[in-house]
Design a protein. Structure first.
Length: 66
């Protein structure tokens, strides 16, 4: 699972409740989680623009998606 951040998220882990492995489930305010996640993705994309000319397309495709 990646949740559009481009990062793998474990779906199981010994002695860890599965519901906490989904980051959104750990926020009381789901709308705030969604908003914060979108902001983080946008910040990452804006910052990474400085490197776009120097990296191959596979790297560009691996980043977070809005």
């Amino acid at each position: 699972m990646t949740l559009n951040l481009g990062l793998p998220i474990p779906t199981s882990c010994p002695n860890v409740p599965e519901e906490v492995l989904i980051p959104r489930n750990t926020w009381a305010d789901k709308a705030q989680y969604d908003s914060t996640k979108q902001k983080l993705i946008q910040l990452f994309q804006n910052n990474f623009k400085q490197f776009e000319a120097a990296v191959n397309p596979e790297i560009l495709m691996a980043g977070p998606k809005l």
